[in-house]
Design a protein around this ligand. Structure first.
Ligand code: CA
Length: 655
């Protein structure tokens, strides 16, 4: 035991010493041909390894076993790079690199720029990318939205979508599972892709689909993981493919998914995790340039703002270049329509703005957003990082609003805490803050908002409004835990109220997969490696909770048909949203001047009753039409009084 600890200590020590080199003096490679350049006549390789004494390319016949068929010494080249080239068509061969550093050969790895890998991402693969295009790929077109605030995002894990035995989907747990149509649950209700189309969302945000470490792609019965531990950033994950051995297959199948989604009018957002690497000392970055790609504390130890043992250094030239080229690659090669940046607060603002600028040249209006926070302290100063409070400095990149998320349901860090939708008094201003998408509005008392004490967004499109995501308890579980004395019917109303708030608030709407039929993870708060029985979407819930599905579907339809819920500027919402300051405690009411936004509903009144007290509202004019009455869409009819039941949303309009 002691001996093991000592060995671990020694190995960590030597690693920290390597890591102290911050690389500021290293030459930056300015070309765009890092990795493999393939043609049927020649394969050329270039890696950036400025501290290497020697570099070697190894060629293999397969993705996992056997000795190299060739080892080729690489030649030192421009700006810290090494090159090698092979004549003839090398397609189908696998390859790795190894460098000699301070007298020692380091582990062989695919380079970070690898575009195809074999099983478990151990070896890169020489392929012809053109041969991975599905039929009709050249004609593939992304759906278009007029503005970011028009987006309704649905956050989905590839495996969760289809692995349930009742999903009716053939390719369970795989990319191809999400390309199947006509799939149904036991009661004949649509599942998978058809369900997404039926629901009416605009963007499917997929949890990590790049090659990650935690699922052994060889195993017949694979374990489960969310996949926030990147290995090869520019390759799809093998465990979602029908054959992880052949690097072509995962590429073709992910492209097939993108193409199918586009044909159905759905855009694809990738959840990307450039903030840390799944492996630390043994990562491909670190085996080629030890220490360079990471941040370090003043004492030279790796810093850890991610809570995952390391944080990458986006402010360093070659890390910045890597992230930029990686996202551009996914857009150009895979036609991806947006990115969600995990722990975006780790990245520096300059890098994020460069990414936004370059991506917008390729795909104007691309949807970019991220978590404007970290999971620990970073050595890079706060004012330089893409934190929530700095969103006004980010060009066209939105942040998640934890203010509205926890305002709705209570703190994710305190299981018993309730929010507005579950009856917690004094939470009105947090909801109002969310309704105006964290923008400045004269009627919001920012001092009373749960987290942010000031508006941080400069336009509604800066903010993601949500009540629930893959992290923490699902909304339905949170309600069960925090409101144990409420009846199931009351909790159902709380849930509907919560989603009513999300889907009527300004900003970009975001839903966690399955929330539209009360998804549960059986109280498991962090299900990143829980079995399918916890994570899978139980398609039978769609039958059981059809009323919730119908309601959410109609909310989405209403949002998409009425621009009053999707204002473009802060000025618009300042002028055209008016809160009723006479509303009793636990009730939020506001009126929207739809006419000013070009909405067919000239005026809209929204009522949220987050209390357990029934309220009767006497409307001054008898010309309002009810369209939502206590969490139910009704045939529009003129109303006299309005009865607000506990935990309910009602909505009226004037034509
Ligand atoms: Ca993998």
């Amino acid at each position: 035991m002691h001996r093991l600890l000592l060995l671990l200590f020694l190995s960590m020590e030597s690693f920290f010493t390597e890591a102290q080199n911050n690389g500021a003096s290293f030459p930056e490679y300015t070309g765009n041909d890092l990795g493999l350049t393939y043609s049927s006549k020649q394969s050329s390789f270039r890696i950036w390894a400025p501290t290497a004494d020697k570099a070697q390319l190894r060629l293999y016949d397969n993705s996992i076993s056997g000795d190299p068929v060739r080892s080729i010494s690489m030649t030192r080249s421009a700006q810290g790079t090494w090159t090698a080239s092979l004549n003839g068509d090398q397609k189908g061969k696998y390859y790795t690199f190894s460098i000699e550093y301070k007298g020692k050969w380091l582990d062989e790895v695919p380079d970070p720029y690898a575009k195809a890998v074999g099983v478990n991402g151990m070896r890169a693969m020489i392929i012809d990318l053109l041969k991975t295009n599905p039929l009709g790929w050249q004609k593939d077109k992304s759906p278009q939205l007029k503005s970011k605030a028009d987006a309704i995002i649905y956050e989905l894990h590839v495996r969760d979508a289809s692995i349930d035995s009742g999903s009716g989907i053939k390719h369970k747990g795989l990319f191809l599972g999400l390309t199947e149509t006509g799939t149904k649950n036991k009661a004949g209700l649509s599942t998978g892709l058809d369900h997404l189309v039926e629901l009416g969302v605009t963007h499917i945000h997929l949890l990590p689909v790049f090659d990650y470490n935690s699922v052994d792609e060889i195993m017949q019965r694979k374990p489960y993981n969310w996949g926030y531990d990147p290995v090869n950033y520019n390759c799809p994950e093998g465990s979602y493919s029908t054959n992880a051995m052949d690097g072509n297959v995962r590429i073709r199948e992910f492209k097939q998914l993108v193409k199918t989604f586009h044909e159905k009018g759905l855009s694809v957002v990738m959840d990307v995790v450039y903030n840390h690497t799944g492996l630390t000392e043994k990562s491909n970055f670190n085996q080629l340039v030890p220490g360079y790609y990471y941040r370090h504390d003043a004492d030279g130890k790796l810093s850890n703002a991610t809570g995952c043992n390391n944080e990458t250094a986006s402010e360093k030239a070659m890390m910045r270049k890597f992230i930029l080229e990686s996202v551009l690659y996914w857009v150009k090669e895979y036609h991806v329509d947006g990115f969600r940046f995990d722990l975006m607060g780790v990245h520096d603002i300059e890098t994020m703005n460069l990414i936004s600028k370059e991506l917008n040249k390729v795909k104007p209006g691309i949807l970019l957003y991220g978590e404007g926070w970290t999971a620990g302290a970073s050595p890079l100063p706060d004012n330089m990082r893409a934190l929530k409070q700095n969103v006004s400095k980010l060009n066209g990149i939105a942040v998640f609003s934890d203010d509205i998320r926890d305002g709705i349901k209570g703190s994710v860090f305190e299981a018993a805490d309730k929010g507005f939708a579950s009856g917690k008094p004094g939470t009105e201003e947090s909801i109002k803050f969310g309704i105006v998408a964290a923008c400045q509005h004269p009627q919001v008392d920012y001092k009373k908002v749960n987290y942010s004490k000031a508006a941080y967004a400069i336009a509604p499109g800066n903010v993601i409004s949500y009540a629930e995501c893959h992290d923490n308890n699902t909304l339905w579980d949170k309600l069960a835990i925090s409101a144990p004395n409420a009846t199931p019917e009351e909790r159902r109303n709380m849930h509907k109220l919560a989603l009513s708030i999300v889907l009527t608030s300004q900003g970009i709407s975001f839903l966690h997969a399955g929330t539209e039929f009360l998804r549960s993870k059986k109280g498991v708060e962090n299900s990143y490696n829980s079995p399918d029985s916890i994570n899978e979407i139980d398609w039978n819930l769609k039958t059981i909770n059809k009323d919730v599905f119908d309601y959410v579907q109609q909310l989405i339809k209403m949002r998409r048909s009425h621009p009053a819920f999707r204002m473009q500027t802060t000025e618009q919402l300042q002028k055209n949203i008016h809160f009723d300051e006479a509303a009793p405690a636990g009730v939020i009411s506001y009126e929207v001047n739809g006419a000013a936004i070009g909405d067919s509903w000239k005026k809209i009144q929204v009522w949220f009753n987050g209390s357990n007290v029934e309220r009767t509202v006497h409307l001054h004019e008898n010309t309002w039409k009810k369209v939502i009455e206590n969490n139910l869409f009704v045939t529009p009819s003129t109303t006299g009084d309005l009865v607000l039941k506990p935990y309910s949303c009602s909505l009226l309009y004037k034509e």
